[in-house]
Design a binder for this molecule. Sequence first.
Ligand SMILES: [Mg+2]
Length: 393
Amino acid sequence: MIQERSQALPPVRITDIVAAPLFGDSPPGGWSNEIKPTDSIHTLIAVHTDAGITGFGSVFTDGRLTEAAVTQLSSLFLGENALEPERVSEKLHQNSFWFGRGGTLTNAISGIDIALWDILGKVTGLPVSMLIGGRHCEKVQPYCSVLMEEPDAMGEVIVRFREQGFRAFKIGWGPFGRRDDPKLDEAIVAAARAELPECGKLFVDAGGSDAYWPNGLKWALRTADMLAAHDVGWFEEALVPDALEDFVTLRKTSRVPIAGGEVLTRRQSFLPFLVQGAFDIVQPDVTKVGGLSEQRRIAQTAQDFGVTYVGHGWNTALGLAADLQLAAALPNVELVEYIGGSAYVDGLLTEPFELDENGLLSIPAVPGLGVTLDPDKVARYSPKAEQLFSAEA
Ligand SMILES: [Mg+2]
């Protein structure tokens, strides 16, 4: 019987993987060393197969690093069966330990893994969510993620995206915590809150993974009190990313839920944070952490620890598409991140994402990731768009 089943679905062999760097219109990251148009921080991935089916994924790192990683990994994936995403991705992880685990190679495997799940969905006729867990929900709330501005401008930003239909917002980085001025920090938060829609949600991201983040535990404790007074839903990256013990202390004390983990990669890195109780909300990035296979395991482990999972999604339309499938496949996922005004989220698909009248996104129920890249749109941002859509180009 088992033999019959495997014969029903013959292998689909990987013939090529193309990495296409995105350039020119990255939204500002709020980093102290701000992103320039000549910088690449995101890469699209195409996995081509001998069945003529192509899967697409996304990587959160410099496209030129991703290209090098794909070259380095090629002897491991060429000829592999694209219908076995988790096995193939784990093969890549296990055999690249010594070449920089957790960094570029892990980032690149993320995009490959997402593309392999896309292929499996296209071949089986199922949405990725059905393959990785099922459909707990059909819609999910996107929170609009924007950078912090001076108080006067902050309210205007919220109004702009509120008018587009968003009802949940995260404000982060910018001047917050960087001027040694608690009054300014509070004024920014108050300005955003004043413009929320009815029953709107507000989250705050200090951006402690910025270079030379100047604040420590005492600042975080004081600021958490201020945020509690403004009914903020979570306090993200309040400390430098590796301050495990201080995160544990902060979480125990803060009335506002503590969020973090966006710069961690590999499921193994999350364990000490979960075991020791560093976070109320864990935020792995599917385009960086190892892909859907890895993100699902992290999210499931987090949920077993009673920790909420909300994916970090400062990436691309394909990253968001992967987050949507995960939101359906896991129980109790209430939010996905949506960058406000990013060309790489709003400007790459044949059918852009659309909010419904309640500010929710539908989770595609068609095969694969359920979204389609527009080759002409991708060509605006990537010199390798042609190769992405045709292995022979
Ligand atoms: Mg963040």
